[in-house]
Design a protein around this ligand. Sequence first.
Ligand code: RUQ
Ligand code: CUA
Length: 679
Amino acid sequence: MEEIGKTRNWTKIAIAVLLLAALAMVFLISCSDQGEEGSNESAAVQSAVSGDAAAIAQERGLTPDDITAALKTYTPTGVHDEYIMFASGGHSGQVFVIGMPSMRILKEIAVFTPEPWQGWGFGELGTMEVLESGNIGEHELTWGDTHHPALSETEGDYDGEWLFINDKANARLAVIDLRDFETKQIVKNPIALNDHGGSMVTPDSEWIIEGGQYAAPLGWGYSSLDNYADDYRGMVTLWKFDREAGRIVPEDSFAMELPPYWQDLCDAGKKVSEGWIFCNSFNTEMATGGVESGEPPFEAGASQRDMDYMHIINLDKAIEVAQGGNTIEVNGFPVIPLDTAIEEELLYFAPEPKSPHGVDVAPGGEYMVVSGKLDPHVTVYSFEKIQAAIAAGNWETDEFGVPILNLDDVMEAQVELGLGPLHSQFDNQGYAYTSLFLEPSVARWSLGGDYAELNDDPEWSLVSKIPVHYNVGHIATAEGDTVSPDGRYLVSLNKWAIDRFQNVGPLLPQNFQLIDIAQPGDNLQLLYDMPFPSGEPHYAQIIKADKLDPWEVYPEVVWNSHTQSPDPNATLIGEERIERDGDNVEVFMTAIRSHFTPEHVEIKQGDHVLWHVTNVEQTYDATHGFTIPLYNINLSIEPGETASFEFDATEAGVFSYYCTEFCSALHLEMTGYLLVEPE
Ligand code: RUQ
Ligand code: CUA
């Protein structure tokens, strides 16, 4: 291992030297290139690279910019990426793991949707239990609309241990363990049927925030839309996360009732604002739609007012109130009523212009950035000013009695960026970046206050814009929502691809565009287009790869990946057996290249079968699969893992089970017969 590590380092250094030389040449050429196209450009390419490389560049029509982009992203065989991006998988209901800057997809993590390669939801007991815990009563859910991944944090910085993600369609939250990149828990929100403003974590991941979206009666009871203001409500749910156990603890969690505005996205305060959370909202008009009956459609009805409200929530105090039992129960879940939230001074509003979207807290926690979708500005709020305004007690209230602070009292700055600002992220040079949906482009702008020292641009000003293709939603910068962003890279998560890729029919992939943000000022370079073929990812978070430390194989050859502890049903070599107790049959099987033991399992029609397979290997990547036809059984058993499944042998016949991972030269021989004798 040591030797390989060394070789890699030397290889890296050699590559870096070559890249630097090539980059320097390209830089010189592009500086001297006065912009006359055609022959000048090809001369520039000729001089930028020599010999074969120049010929290839010329043949492929590559510009000097293309060549630097290629040099910045090309990742040689065997070399690992510097950053890892966790992207929500949108409608796929999953999470995708992508290396950066290569933009290679490394893994799909199955979350809300059954996924065969990982054996997720095809009989393996732990996976079935996790998926079933996300059902709503008897209603089985087999997909999710994953929106916002959140990496766990320690003191506001990603720690690489856990990942959380919400399902907007059904208001659910999932916990993924980054030791094995597997989903360990799904919780269904007990009071809402959909969500949006999740998941976000507090700086030590003690609480996971799940904000609501479309107001409805809490607990999903019925009420006519005529009773909207009385019976419909918004909410924010605070899930307690037990890091030791690696689980959300529903019994220690609670929610807060909010007015029936559509809470949109939330962010946790950090550093100076730790202990508070901020959520933007829209439809404070309380429009209820009904275009078919001559009412204004939602898009118009919900955009009439000039201001909506940023929700400012005193989380620390809300926890005290909830723990003090000052709550009501909705579907058995504690909820702080709106009146209590107002009385206990847990909730304030600040006006935010015009159909706001997103709220993003700056690295030091001093500022909250809100975009107005129909306003060319971002509005920046000061936490210090918010505290002063609360202390001064100078406010009006909305019709529910919630204090509305004066915008002038709490605003730090407004920066005009362009059309359709949505989401903001930060870097290590005192810049913020905001996606502009309508232009579409990404704007770089300079923060003020202490951040102003980090660059030469005037504070609170637009610095640069780079066009993106097309219709950008979220953006993600490296560690860009933590207390110490890395800068370096930005990914623009574009909703439309149009002409960027080969036509594959009317349903097109999304387009992730990688942008180099390392240089200050007006220096943003588009590096790479990555088609994303499996849903509409909303948001992504990017972590330094060396912060992740996943297992290569499970720690012991008996491992239950759902409990992350030794499995009492694990089977070692020599312990394989079939036990019968009346109609109940229990199979204890081992898997090793290239056989299962036992290879014959003889049972009777009508038996109930519980079957355990242990992969007794401890070799990196020696995964075995296991499938039985007709019964819809399909497992993935990674090295050291024990997987169990059960089924009723309702069909008689001969069923060949086999290994579904091409594990060895004699993989086809890794098979056996299940013989079910007719009654
Ligand atoms: S929100 S594109 Cu669903 Cu994350 Cu802004
Ligand atoms: Cu084991 Cu193929």
